[in-house]
Design a protein around this ligand. Sequence first.
Ligand SMILES: *Cc1c(COP(=O)(O)O)cnc(C)c1O
Length: 385
Amino acid sequence: MKKTIYDCYRSWIEVDLDALQHNVYELMSLLDSPQQFMAVVKADAYGHGAVRISQKLNQIGVSSFAVATLSEAIELRENGIKGDILILGYTEASQMMLIKKYNLIQTVVDYEHALSLEQEKIDIHVHIAIDSGMHRLGLTTHEFQQVKKIYSFRHLHIEGIFSHLCVSDEHSLSSQKYTQYQIDSFFQLINKLKKEGFDTGKVHIQSSYGLLNYPFLHCDLVRIGIMMYGVYSSKQDQNNQRILLKPVLSLKSKIIHIHTIKKNETVGYGRTYQSDQNRKIAIVPIGYADGISRYLSNYGHVIVHGQKVPIIGRICMDQLTIDISDIDNVKEGDIVTIIGQDGNIYQDVETIAEMSQTISNEVLSQLGGRLPRIDKEVCYEEKCL
Ligand SMILES: *Cc1c(COP(=O)(O)O)cnc(C)c1O
């Protein structure tokens, strides 16, 4: 008998590549025409599966990518991804052969890093990180002399220079002022470099919220992560949208076991749930090792047959329990939606994030490696992958 994906896997992630395309075009509509769209696909494309996401992006004309680590960059190249790949994080100088071999772009994270890269005597492409006030990576805006020195290094081919905003998502007056201060100090440095005749290469400072809230900076490129996946970092940000985003990811599992418990019986580790009457409960094979936070124990919901049902007891490493007493005709094998649409009910990742006391970015990037990522369109075809 032929089987669908849903017969084959205990739990899985559905990836809607049409939604991805929609979001990219929507975000691109905020750009001036010469501005480049750099897709941030670090952390396995925020849990969506970096290779498949990047292949689709290549197909729709995106040719600029950012990742966090060397191994993430190599994975993309080994799977045929074309275009620029910028490593945003630190890479040891000893790895520069690989940067060259795979034709990658390395970020220079400070002056000492630049020196160590230059001493390898391997010609590589780099972008220089500038710390304009986040105080994470980069040469500070006061290290003008050191920045200039890096331009004289023979083996470092400087193709860009960038900074990162730390409160561009916040709307308080002090956050807006701080962002403006970061933008001003970054562009002062850029203008000084240009005045002295340096070719800065691509200048960039905006990520998703930088583009949404500060769209008129006229940079050469924007680095877009979370919003490309159709998601805001937190629930409050869903208001005041200037663009329409469609979530790319759904998270599904299924009921594998149903039983009834009597009044006063308890469920799970710690016996944190006690039933007030006879209850019909179901076991769902997904747990905190798959990225479902234990904060959702006795608190979160999932969707079954288009109805919201509560998670009861503590979430285990590989399984969780739900109360299906109020739903008729539930049987083993029925689909459980944790993130996404079922019938008229939609549970968004922002809700899961809020209940897990974190942001969407963390929820998505924590989705475990053992969950298969499946293109939405093949999810219900009659075959096993
Ligand atoms: C992760 C990251 C981004 C992407 O940020 P989003 O808010 O997800 O768009 C951009 N730039 C840098 C330096 C990053 O580390």
